[in-house]
Design a binder for this molecule. Structure first.
Ligand code: PLP
Length: 409
């Protein structure tokens, strides 16, 4: 499809077809396409100043102040990066290496941290990695709390967080083959891996293990941040404060490119100039980010995302009960996943049906994404301004399409 324009949670193509947007620019458009308050702030800014490398500007100061007010006090240091989330991941890794004088990073199975060589090294998908091997050395992957497909064969109600215990074992055992890493990087809620919400004790346990081994904890909030899951940042659901938080996507308000990290004061030892870049001073993106944050707060977008997401999950759970090809539905706020399987007992993944559902939804006027460890998860990441009415319409399209795919198997 070729896109002509977009507004709120709708997208129009060049042929005049309208779509309900459950994709939201892959989690960028939290405040809605062409959000008027943000657009106005950007137009005013670019008439005055738009590019300044790393120089101080009122726009940078405004975003620092606005962002600091919504971050935990402990995450008092901010550094803005280049246009992509991958760059925020690169700078978090550099910060961790610089501080600990160690090499290694532990990441999780199912992770997606970006496509630049450093970020790709922390991304688990074989099809992304294999053409570019070898990547960064000393990166190790451990199981995420993916309860639907628990590698330890546990059920959520009877498990003892064996996945987190395994991380503990890897760091503890001198014969695990893994040297003491600089950091553990974790998506607080796994995004591209299939909208996987870990049990509530998982992230605090990871924090505890990192503390015990004096390893830094980097929370990648690039997709889960900025009200998406019903809190400003997903780590806030867990009473945990990471050492470093990566941010991008919705940070640029209406899709203007900017990324950044927030980190604890104790880590602020890297001399100026160690992570520079031509586009780190995108003033239009800074004011867009500040205006977007104001909008999120004044319109209580986090609460709306949480409540609407819960209502949508209720309908999706009913779909799961009635469908033979929906194995699991999950999510938090407006970060939802529907996992397709060939057989609910064997859980054999059905990526082709996920693809058929995506195509069918597009034909009927609904945009969705697919992801997941096996590429078999339909993912909803709508703009958080999605109304109840549009959500119901979109869900109806999705359910009809699932039924159609199910019948045509
Ligand atoms: C959790 C997470 N980290 C990092 C990235 C990389 O961001 P970008 O595509 O802007 O480089 C993404 C992108 O989807 C992401 O979801």
């Amino acid at each position: 499809m070729a896109i002509q324009r977009a507004k709120g949670a709708t997208v129009e193509d060049v042929d005049g077809n309208l779509y309900i947007d459950f994709f939201g620019g892959a989690g960028v458009m939290n405040v809605g396409h062409s959000n008027p308050a943000v657009v106005q702030a950007v137009i005013k800014q670019i008439g005055e100043l738009s590019h300044t490398l790393d120089f101080p500007t009122p726009g940078r100061k405004l975003l620092i102040e606005t962002l600091s007010a919504v971050l935990p006090e402990k995450l008092s240091r901010l550094s803005f990066g280049g246009p992509t989330g991958s760059d925020a991941v690169e700078s978090a890794v550099k910060l961790a290496k610089y501080n600990t004088k160690r090499q290694g990073i532990v990441a999780f199975e199912g992770s997606y941290h970006g496509m630049t060589v450093g970020a790709l090294s922390l991304t688990s998908g074989r099809h992304f990695r294999e053409p570019f091997l070898p990547l960064l050395p000393e990166v190790h992957f451990v199981p995420y709390a993916y309860c639907y497909r628990c590698p330890f064969n546990k059920k959520p109600d009877s498990c003892s967080l064996e996945c987190a215990e395994y991380l503990s074992h890897v760091l503890e055992d001198p014969h695990s083959g893994v040297g003491k890493p600089a950091a553990v990087i974790v998506e607080t809620i796994q995004g591209e891996g299939g909208s996987i919400v870990p049990p509530v004790q998982f992230i605090p346990k990871v924090r505890q293990i990192c503390d015990k081994h004096e390893v830094l904890m980097i929370a990648d909030e690039i997709q889960s941040g900025f009200c998406r899951t019903g809190k400003m940042f997903a780590f806030e659901h867990t009473n945990t404060i990471p050492d470093v938080v990566t941010m991008s996507k919705a940070l640029g308000g209406i899709g203007l490119p900017v990324s950044g990290i927030a980190y604890q004061e104790k880590l602020n030892v890297m001399p100026a100039g160690q992570h520079i870049g031509t586009f780190r001073g995108n003033v239009a993106a800074f004011v867009a980010g500040a205006a977007a944050l104001d909008f999120m707060l004044s319109s209580k977008l986090a609460d709306h995302a949480l409540n609407l997401g819960e209502r949508m999950l209720l309908s999706l759970r009913e779909l799961e009960r009635n469908s033979e090809i929906v194995g699991d539905v999950r999510g938090k706020g407006l970060m939802l996943g529907i996992e397709f399987v060939k057989d609910k007992a064997t859980k054999e993944p059905a990526p082709e049906w996920a693809r058929s559902v995506r195509t069918g939804c597009h034909r009927r006027g609904l945009l969705i994404e697919i992801g997941g460890h096996y590429n078999n998860v339909a993912r909803f990441l709508p703009p958080l301004v999605l109304t109840d009415e549009l959500a119901q319409k979109g869900l109806a399209i999705f359910m009809d399409t699932v039924k159609e795919v199910e019948c045509s198997r």
